[in-house]
Design a protein around this ligand. Structure first.
Ligand code: HEM
Length: 398
């Protein structure tokens, strides 16, 4: 059924919305009611103003993270072998959220992620070697998609040659699985089965400086952390670390393919990279998380009920003209850029240092090897949307 009024009937899985959500978000934002509601896909609220999204993120007692996907989990999830395994810290609320997050932060400190830079650059070069001679390649499937999954596998100490399998599982949870409970459940089970084995292996054969081993040996208040926590963290690392960064790299290349002036600007001003990365993240923020309303509340005049979902539309907030001048324009040297691509408040992305590193290295390596390129056919670019938005097929020639 096609959408007639986005204010009361938006559909985040609608083909046109996935392709270009910004006009719909703008229409909602500039209407008298900047928080829209829909009954579709189990119902949800969609705030579109920066101020509202940030305020919602701060009110974590009302807007909880018990369920962060935009559609409800399949009922069988609460019954199966891994019913108690979640995705800490993203699915945790305070007070547990505090230690759930604290234990993983050291792995993502700037010095800790710096050690992945050289390997990521080598990987990017190897990927480009595979297609550069042909004068054509798929910037999304042959390049962007291949990078974060291998980086996160390295970090987790699991084989990088399983990257296609891991990617399939993650897409099962975050793409097809959002509207297909069977795929979602199966994909989740495959991820959890796999990491259960990895945990058993680390218990039998502890490894040095290994994320899984370190977490298994961690203590909170003098007690070893529950194994379910470690299992849940592994689950989240894979799910949070793959589609997100791949989408950001892919969308940035899609943009650069169409903007020779930006390619030139980056070539002529290498110092611009840090600002340019932030601007590309702002403009093409891939992630929309959800919150579950804990108790009936009126938020900005909207009567939200316990059990309702609220979409944390970080991409919409990043295009709010009240916060960003000319928000639809990509301005690589934008000065005021307090974007929320990595979220806001207590759940702000724990992996942002790694994500920024991967994005920068992937784009710098591409531009060094392929300075000039363009889309083969803008119409043939396909996008995934819903929870994580980014190009999935993006053929370019050079
Ligand atoms: C460009 C890439 C990425 C983007 C845009 C992104 C975006 C986000 C956003 C918006 C949140 C907040 C979710 C919420 O409020 O519910 C988040 C949380 C999180 N992200 Fe990322 N992310 C990216 C890459 C990564 C990577 C590579 C990792 C590492 C595995 C990662 C790990 C996490 C974790 C652990 C959290 C939960 C933090 C908490 O709840 O305290 N992310 N991310």
């Amino acid at each position: 059924m096609s959408v007639t009024d986005p204010l009361t009937d938006y559909d985040i899985f609608d083909r046109d919305y996935v392709l270009d959500p910004f006009p719909v978000q703008e229409a909602i934002r500039e209407s008298g009611c900047p928080i829209a509601h829909t009954e579709r896909w189990g119902g949800s609220w969609l705030p579109t103003r920066y101020e509202d999204v940030v305020a919602l993120a701060q009110e974590y007692e009302t807007f909880t993270s018990r369920q962060i996907l935009v559609t409800a989990p399949p009922p069988q999830q609460a019954e199966g072998a891994y019913a108690g395994v979640a995705a800490p810290p993203i699915s945790s609320d305070p007070p547990e959220h505090h230690w759930h997050r604290r234990l993983i932060l050291p792995f993502f400190a700037p010095q800790a992620v710096a050690k992945y830079e050289e390997g990521t650059r080598d990987l990017c070069n190897q990927l480009i070697d595979r297609f550069v001679e042909s004068g054509e390649g798929d910037a999304a499937a042959d390049y962007a998609q291949q990078i974060p999954v291998r980086v996160i596998a390295t970090m987790l100490g699991v084989p990088t040659d399983l990257s296609d399998t891991f990617t399939g599982w993650v897409r099962g949870v975050l793409e097809a699985g959002l509207t297909d409970p069977k795929i979602r459940l199966e994909s989740r089970m495959k991820i959890l089965d796999y990491f259960k084995e990895q945990i058993e292996d680390r218990k039998a054969n502890p490894r040095e400086n290994d994320l899984i081993t370190t977490l298994l040996n961690s203590e909170v208040d003098g007690q070893k952390v529950p194994e379910e926590y470690v299992h849940g963290v592994c689950n989240l690392m894979l799910v949070a670390g793959v589609d997100t960064t791949w989408s950001a790299i892919g969308a940035s290349l899609w943009h650069l393919a169409q903007h020779p002036e930006h390619r030139r600007q980056l070539r002529e001003n290498p110092d611009l990279w840090p600002m340019a990365i932030e601007e590309l993240l702002r403009a093409y923020a891939p992630v929309t998380m959800a919150r579950l309303v804990d108790h009936d509340v009126e938020f900005q005049g909207c009567p939200m009920k316990a059990g309702d979902r609220v979409l944390m539309a970080f991409p919409a907030a990043n295009r709010d003209p009240r916060q960003f001048e000319n928000p639809d324009e990509v301005i690589l040297d934008r000065e005021h850029n307090r974007h929320v691509a990595f979220g806001a408040g207590i759940h702000r992305c724990a992996g942002s240092n790694l994500a920024r590193l991967e994005l920068r290295v992937a784009l710098q390596t591409w531009l060094a090897r392929i300075p000039e390129f363009e889309l083969v056919d803008p119409e043939s670019v396909t996008w995934a949307g819903g929870q994580v938005r980014g190009p999935r097929i993006c053929k370019v020639r050079f």
